[in-house]
Design a protein around this ligand. Sequence first.
Ligand code: NDP
Length: 247
Amino acid sequence: MKKQQLAIVTGGASGIGLAIAESFTKNKIRTIIIGRDKKKLQSAKKKLGNYCEPISFDLTNLKEVPNLIKYIIKNFGYIDILVNNAGINQKKEFTEVTDEEFSNIIQTNLQSVFSISREVVKKMILKKNGVIINISSMASQYGIPKVIAYTASKSAIEGMTRAMAVELSPKGIRINCIAPGFIETEMSAKALNNDPERKNKVLGRTPLGYLGEPKDIATTALFLVSDAAKYITGAVLPVDGGNSIGF
Ligand code: NDP
């Protein structure tokens, strides 16, 4: 019988992360979801059931990340899968973005991904086994105005995916990145709902002609962590209705 797998999904209480956590728990992967908002975590736990373990933690608290991973190992055992999904966005004119805002986005979307991956990889290396999925964005496929810090963070995620893959795949760890197109969540609603011009632009260059659902990313994540993807590492996979190649 296959051993029980353990996954961590950051930002797993809402949007894309929740859909990924749902696809994992439905497939009997015990899944730890991490976020700051305890209420959101509790309602996700209620929806996902026994295979879901919520942990409230602010990922920008980098100093505490090693203790978080120690706690998880002690209480739940070996970590097989890490999905670095948590992220924030801000739509603001280039000249209006403060240094604090820029740093906050980099800290959340990039530095925390490095810190948590480093701590998890230290454990994965011991068993020469593990899968990591990073989440980038269309903002790293082409230029999008008014999202400077977000673009910087997500472009770095793609580079980091490749650097991690070449260094860590020989140690038994596969690292891939999903680049979602425009997916219906709270985050995209904030960016698009009061901006019909931007929304039309998005849809106009999406050959499939509609926004994606969180489930579209979840099914891809499930594939990438499965043995069906055992020869895939270092890939950046757009799941975008064709948006990244749209005219
Ligand atoms: P949501 O806003 O629904 O989800 C983001 C999640 O990240 C929340 O659950 C939030 O939980 C968590 N999070 C944010 N900051 C922190 C923090 N400091 N510590 C812990 N958790 C944190 O957005 P989406 O589901 O849309 O986005 C998920 C990922 O997909 C992001 O990385 C985003 O950039 C990416 N993406 C989304 C696209 C879209 O169209 N929706 C397109 C391309 C990429 P809490 O607030 O409780 O901390």
